[in-house]
Design a protein around this ligand. Sequence first.
Ligand code: GLN
Length: 494
Amino acid sequence: MKLHELTFSEIRHGLSTGTFSAHDLVESALDRIESVDSSLNAFIRVRDRENALAEADEIDAVRVRGGKLGPLAGIPVAVKDNISTRGLGTTCASRILAGYDPPYDATAVERLRNAGAIVVGKTNLDEFAMGSSNENSAYGPVRNPWDSNRVPGGSSGGSAAAVAAGEAVLALGTDTGGSVRQPAGFCGIVGVKPSYGRVSRYGLVAFASSFDQIGTMSRDVEGAAEFLTAISGSDHRDATASDVDVQQYTSPVTGDLRGVRIGIPQESIGEGVDREIAEAVQGAADAMRSLGADVDTLSLEHSKYAIASYYLIADAEASSNLARYDGVKYGHRASGVGELDEIIAKTRSEGFGPEVKRRIMLGTYALAAGYYDDYYLRAQRVRSLIVDDFTRAFERFDAILTPTSPTPAFRLGEHVDDPLAMYLSDIFTVPANLAGIAALSMPCGLSGAGLPIGLQITVDRFVEPTMFRIAREYEAALDLRLRAPDVNGMGQCG
Ligand code: GLN
């Protein structure tokens, strides 16, 4: 087994027994980036090799001395490029932030560094995290490691592809409407959107502030759990970061889910969902039942309005958040213009890509006097109904099982001219953002064409331990961890 194929738990074991060092691991990640990233395009910026290896050597030296090391000591981690890193730049995959270098690290990055992780680079994304395919990037699309003609999902497509292809062991992503879970599903890895408030948003470039959360991407559930424990918790620099106790999210495998009540929404295995995806989710439910869980169906009746509500509110918040890019404070400034309003207009027309412009216009429209009640306010009312659906559901169930997406990874270019079709691929992921609750995507099989299928486990706010327990037991029972495909000879699955 090659180093870049190992899961977090295998790596932790290997490091503690001295089978390999942090130096070996970081070297393997950087070598892997060198050999496959020209095909994948998962990274916007790669860390300087000498610096990264020097950090690894320090960790190895502490280990040899028997000193105290953090829970992620020596683990190569990639960071989505809308999360601030001092000295590594932060572009949000937008021309408007070209050349911008944040003066500080995001809290999540500071915490992962304090836990001993080693940042290997910044990953590609849809511009400002707006998209579901990673095709809206000023740095070009990312390719799915399972099939180079397919998208990796988005917007955290670079982070998902990097973890699936062994360019990093763990990666930070961000999830506003599914951007951690959908690409995790498309690339056959584990992606977690924590409860709103679980992870500080300080240093995360704002898209839609009432939904945005930083989340984890890994090749196994244990990696996700350890990573989330390390980056969670209150932060005086983000008033929405909750002070609810951070738990140790890793739990031992017991082979037992007795007493756990799992609900499957009728709506999620019906019309519009690929048959093989519905079957894979049913298969996962059966496996959980044989571990002792009680499985039953339920209805989330307002979920059919989730996409409309999400895209209205998200765009309204985005139009306000993105007003700060005026050519004065950050990154790009248009040249050859005189007056301030001309500078702002030209900078924004040159700097933003078409999807970002579409969202700013839609959002501004929805907030305009005369339309506010009909659009923005109505979308917020629908959001409350969706929250109520979940509140009722969690009286009867501990967790809700759905597909992560209605189809496996689609082809590059398949939805670019049809924004609505692109938005619809978020149908199962946006409800958790609207409600502020937690959800995890993990592999539950392969499609007939050999593409990963994602299973989503959703729980109530701050009930992450139950989510991880179910995921861990299911992963252990089925050994469904998918191995990174052969990206060197990047194939086509069909
Ligand atoms: N696909 C969704 C959108 O484009 C979600 C994006 C995200 O979670 N950042 O808004």
